[in-house]
Ligand binder design. Structure first.
Ligand code: KIV
Ligand code: ZN
Length: 521
């Protein structure tokens, strides 16, 4: 078996998903989980794009020691210098440079000739090499590029010092057979290709990102790039958990394996879904809720007789544990702390105290407290800590019935620390609540999406709400949980506004706006 490297870009390409905006602490939390999962490289962000990204990449590079941390940069000196400042504390500083090579990108976006693209790539790889021991160079839109042009430029950037060559399917256009042939061609025609890692990076516009990645593996790549849960621009990136599990389950067919600890997949997927607000579809391969459920009688009968009749993957393989009662009314702080450690989430003493208090309250109201409940509760505390609440829900009341006009009364603590009250009606209870909260908030708010889920089963399950708001025209996600659906809904709404305020506070300090990736070099 040969070992394929896994390059995770959840924190960069994944974070480019519409509406996803993670703060520094949330990114660090994900980075720590990716380290536990065993990825080889993690792309922590795009340091030159904003102060927020710079700080997050720096924090991750300075903290994560068992994984090579990288950051994306355009092939310009300024990006390379900024990236060095962010990444120099990493165990093995690694830079990810990219420049488009397809005719359409070179002509219309870059307004550069192919010769200029070669020159700029070579110059900037050489420049970066003075600082970075590891340099990945990506030919953006490689799958719509001329293969002979790729051969030419790749040979030169390797000579200039690149250690990884990545050929992305930027627009999710290729097919498994075509992508495989492209790698064969590059391996057969670039004389110095054996000096570097060859990498694939697939987008899912035609639903083939994972299949294309696997085809690339069959055709000699040594690194696969992707994200957990397949999140990313447009239709997303290749889902790394699917690639890793496919290689493991079909090890009779494939001769490559990854170093991922597969039993950390579920936890990684859950954490990323909760923090990004991008929940996984129930029928998603490998990690969907229904991936291990058998509905038809014939299937159930078969599984009871021998699980392998219809189950090719066991839930245990990816770390799904039976979500049974584990702690109760009489459990002490010690047992609670052990549980938190088991989740791999780091809490401060203050946060443990708060979480334990909330857990105790929950045991009064809920008969069976499950792992999922505890996890949700901790995530709520982490969210609050990261958001350093600007608006805070003090009290609320909602009246509604089949013959009443739904009415909400809300008391909110404002960023200035004052208490403000209001009451409004709506067509439903949630609308009444949101109308009321909106009158107490100075920002211009529009609700774009609203979700409410139960955590686990049972009538007394915790509620978890996720919203997408337009806050002064900017899309923000928010989440909140509580035992009551209305309270969870209020928390999620306020959380989205708080995230907007915090994001803008740091932008204001910096007075530097995010540079859109793919903008002119
Ligand atoms: O999809 C893509 O081309 C990218 C590059 C920046 C590597 O994400
Ligand atoms: Zn990409």
């Amino acid at each position: 078996m040969s070992r394929i490297k896994i390059f995770d870009t959840t924190l960069r390409d994944g974070e480019q998903s519409p509406g996803v905006n993670l703060n520094k602490q949330e990114k660090l939390q994900i980075a720590k989980q990716l380290e536990r999962l065993g990825v080889d490289v993690m792309e922590a962000g795009f340091p030159a794009s904003s102060k927020g990204d710079f700080e997050a990449v720096k924090l991750i590079a300075d903290t994560i020691k068992d994984v090579s941390v990288t950051g994306l940069a355009r092939t310009v000196k300024e990006d390379i210098d900024i990236s060095w400042e962010a990444l120099k504390g990493a165990t093995e500083p690694r830079l990810h440079l990219f420049l488009a090579t397809s005719p359409i990108h070179m002509k219309y976006k870059l307004k550069m000739t192919p010769e200029q693209v070669i020159e700029q790539s070579v110059n900037m790889v050489s420049y970066a090499k003075q600082k970075f021991p590891q340099i990945e160079w990506s030919a953006e839109d490689a799958t719509r590029s001329d293969w002979d042009f790729l051969v030419q430029i790749i040979e030169k950037v390797i000579d200039a010092g690149a250690t990884v060559i990545n050929l992305p399917d930027t627009v999710g256009y290729t097919t498994p057979a075509e992508y495989g042939r492209m790698f064969q061609y590059i391996r057969g025609n670039v004389p110095n290709i054996d000096r570097v890692d060859l990498s694939c990076h697939c987008h899912n516009d035609l639903g083939m990102a994972v299949a294309n990645s696997i085809s690339a593996v069959e055709n000699g790549v040594t690194q696969v790039e992707g994200t957990i849960n397949g999140i990313g621009e447009r239709a997303g990136n290749a889902a790394l958990e699917e690639v890793a599990v496919a290689l493991r389950i079909r090890s009779d067919f494939y001769s490559d394996e990854t170093g991922l600890k597969l039993n950390e997949i579920k936890r990684s997927s859950d954490l990323i879904a909760k923090l990004t607000g991008m929940y996984v579809q129930p029928n998603k391969a490998v990690i969907g809720r229904n991936a291990y459920a058998h509905e038809s009688g014939i299937h159930q009968d078969g599984v009871l007789k021998n699980p392998e009749t219809y189950e090719i993957i066991t839930p245990e393989l990816i770390g799904v544990t039976s979500n049974t009662l584990f702690l109760g009314k009489h459990s002490g702080r010690h047992a609670f702390k052990d549980k938190v450690n088991e989740f791999g989430i780091e809490l401060t003493e203050e946060e443990i105290k708060e979480a334990f208090g909330q857990f105790k309250q929950l045991t009064d109201r809920k008969k069976e407290v499950t792992d999922d409940d505890i996890y949700t509760l901790i995530m709520e505390i982490k969210t609050e800590a990261a958001a350093v609440s600007k608006y805070k829900l003090e009290t609320f009341q909602v009246h509604y019935g089949s013959s009443d006009i739904p009415t909400a009364t809300v008391s909110l603590q404002t960023p200035e620390g004052k208490s403000a009250q209001s009451a409004c009606t709506g067509k439903g209870s949630v609308e009444a609540l949101y109308n009321t909260i909106s009158t107490l908030i100075t920002e211009d708010l529009e609700l774009l999406d609203y979700q409410i889920n139960s955590v686990g089963g049972g009538k007394d399950a915790l509620a978890e709400s996720h919203v997408q708001l337009s806050v002064n025209g900017e899309i923000m996600n928010g989440r909140g949980s509580a035992q009551d659906v209305i309270e969870a809904s209020a928390n999620a709404y306020i959380n989205a506004v708080n995230r907007y305020i915090i994001m803008h506070q740091s932008t204001k300090q910096n007075e530097k706006e995010k540079t859109p990736i793919g903008s002119e070099q």
